[in-house]
Ligand binder design. Structure first.
Ligand SMILES: C[S@@+](CC[C@H](N)C(=O)[O-])C[C@H]1O[C@@H](n2cnc3c(N)ncnc32)[C@H](O)[C@@H]1O
Length: 216
């Protein structure tokens, strides 16, 4: 049961996956809304939700970039792709939204295209997080901003499903991976989410690797 839940969270599939997507949307909407606002996107901007799951982040980004903007959704789960395609059919039809079945380690996006990106609750599933962060930097414009959202690793460790294949890295281990990927931490917000801490790691590109300084 716990193993099955861990598998569904890693890549939601089938009927159970749809249910997981709906629960994730309800659970994560408040912190995603905070992060989407923090991206400070202008109308007409281009943004992405990487590992969008139930798709609530896509809706938030669509609202922020407005009708002249563009949102990319990337996920490995075809169940989540189908769900988002149904939910945002109009925005797909008019080109405001593009959905991609792809991994965060090989983003199907050109260089420097994104003004903002969110990736929430995905780091636990990325064995090669360093590679995914480099890809994130590649697609982010020089003035762009990307926010990684993740539950507190200690709270996650206490959850029984987390023993089944999730990679629970310390926050400092993740922030240490930013500079080599070409990103710098500009803010670390800790939200109180249903009496647990939820971390928002706000990042921006840096060009001077030698001068990059982690922010706590
Ligand atoms: C726990 S869910 C989080 C969904 C949503 N971001 C949220 O916070 O509610 C993890 C999502 O990441 C997706 N995912 C896992 N590994 C991925 C990868 N390598 N590239 C893109 N998406 C991935 C899964 O399919 C799933 O939809």
């Amino acid at each position: 049961m716990r193993k099955a839940l861990a598998r569904q969270l890693a890549e939601p599939h089938g009927l159970g996956g749809r249910l997981v997507g709906a629960v994730l949307n309800r659970y994560n909407h408040p912190s995603m809304a905070t992060a989407a606002a923090e991206l400070a996107l202008s109308p007409g901007a281009t943004a992405a939700d990487l590992g969008f799951g139930g798709g609530t982040g896509l809706g938030l980004l669509l609202k922020h970039v407005g009708p002249t903007g563009r949102v990319h959704g990337v996920d490995v789960s075809t169940t989540m792709l189908d769900r988002a395609a149904r939910r945002y059919r109009n925005q797909l039809d008019n080109g405001q939204l593009q959905l991609h079945t792809a991994s965060m380690t090989q983003l199907p996006l050109p260089d420097d295209v994104l003004d903002g990106a969110l990736t929430f609750n995905t780091v636990y599933y990325l064995a090669d997080l360093d590679h995914a962060l480099s890809e994130l930097r590649r697609v982010l414009s020089s003035t762009g901003r990307a926010i990684l959202g993740l539950a507190d690793p200690d709270a996650m460790a206490a959850r029984s499903f987390a023993q089944h294949g999730l990679r629970l890295r310390a926050i400092s281990d993740i922030t240490d991976m930013l500079a080599p990927a070409g990103l710098r931490l500009t803010d670390h917000q800790q939200l109180n989410h249903r009496s647990e801490t939820f971390h928002l790691l706000v990042t921006e590109p840096h060009t001077d690797l030698a001068g990059a300084k982690p922010v706590e």
